[in-house]
Design a protein around this ligand. Structure first.
Ligand code: 5MM
Length: 338
């Protein structure tokens, strides 16, 4: 394992002004996203949509990494260029989602654990061969009054750390994604409590598995009220609570924290990130790894029509630029109207 190379790639993914485009929707998830804009989830439509995203002129200005799904890494543009090559040529690091999704945790009703460790060492070797330079694994933590249990948290943290150690062994930077879901009516305080428990377990397991913190990126949820909460905390409160929890649990050796958007609207996700960067004083890069919060308008604009490709690329670029501003706390919600 070349630690300096891992650190170099990790730092490029979250370089100042930049973040990550999460385009690794699995087949069921992309089918859901396409259905919302009445596009059939055929292999060709998925390929065309991802080509649109990755060939956006100027994307590399604010995007340092792109996460791909297995199918996409094996696809080519209409000109016959492999997707990973297109991404590299744009000055962006290509990565691959390697988890096989969250499944019910036997014996623990309401909890899930992410699968995909079997055969992972061999899959990593193939992904490296195909041009991936980082990997991603997502753990899903549901929130209810009795969930998560300490065992559920431990099972997910253990799997994340096993994955991360294998990724580094293969020379890939692990993006470690423990997502405390926004679904539910829980308060921001409850989200903070669960996120603290999860991050404490994750970093304890990463240490136990000898994962080199300098060669990874953390992709956590923000500390935020549940989507159905009666009183949802405002942006400044979200920024302060998130920063407080991260400062308590994320070692300064980690190069970057790239937040997921998790169901926030595009402007909300950008605003929260900007406020955190405005507070300042963080020892890590405070960045983004958004899926929906980068793609929503672009996907709606495209809606499966080739004549809309340029407009959809403009929409993606605009979100990337606004999040680029948020990286240094310079985003103003008024920019949305401009
Ligand atoms: C893009 O969606 C990713 C894959 O999800 P599935 O395995 O469920 O298809 C997901 O891991 C994503 O990278 C993160 O949730 C961040 O995306 P959002 O939309 O929450 O920013």
């Amino acid at each position: 394992m070349d630690i300096s190379q891992l650190e170099h790639v990790a730092r490029a993914m979250v370089a100042p002004g930049k973040g990550i485009l999460a385009a690794d929707e699995s087949s069921p998830t992309i089918a859901k996203r396409f259905a919302a804009v009445s596009v059939a989830s055929t292999e060709e439509n998925r390929r065309a949509y991802r080509e649109l995203l990755f060939t956006t002129p100027g994307l590399g200005e604010h995007i340092g990494g792109v996460i791909l799904f297995d199918e996409t890494l094996r696809q080519q543009t209409s000109d016959g260029v492999p997707m990973a090559t297109v991404i590299e040529r744009a000055g962006i690091v290509p990565g691959i989602k390697v988890d096989k999704g969250a499944k019910a945790l036997a014996g623990f009703p309401g909890e899930r654990v992410t699968e995909g460790l079997d055969g992972l060492r061999d899959r990593f070797a193939e992904y490296v061969e195909m041009g991936a330079r980082f990997a991603k694994w997502r753990a899903v933590i549901d929130v209810s009054p009795d969930v998560p249990t300490p065992f559920g948290v431990h099972a997910n943290a253990h799997a994340l750390a096993r994955y991360a150690a294998l990724a580094q062994e293969a020379g890939l930077v692990p993006v470690v994604e423990p997502e405390v879901l926004m679904d539910g009516d829980h308060s921001i305080e409850r989200c903070a409590e669960v996120t603290e428990e999860v991050l404490a377990a994750v970093f304890s397991q990463l240490h136990a598995h000898r994962v080199v913190l300098e060669g990874m990126v953390l992709k956590p949820n923000m500390v935020i009220s549940g989507l159905q909460a009666e009183h949802r905390a405002g942006p400044q409160e979200v920024a302060e609570a998130t920063l407080r929890v991260m400062l308590r649990h994320v070692p300064a050796a980690v190069p970057g924290i790239a937040f997921l958007s998790g169901g926030q609207t595009e402007p909300e996700a950008t605003h929260h990130l900007s406020l955190m960067n405005r507070i300042g004083g963080a020892p890590w890069e405070l960045s983004f790894s958004y899926g929906r919060a980068l793609q929503q308008t672009a996907l709606r604009t495209w809606a499966g029509r080739p004549e809309n490709v340029a407009a959809a690329q403009q929409a993606l670029l605009r979100r990337a630029r606004l999040n680029g501003l948020a990286r240094s706390g310079r985003y103003d919600p008024a920019d949305e109207a401009a």
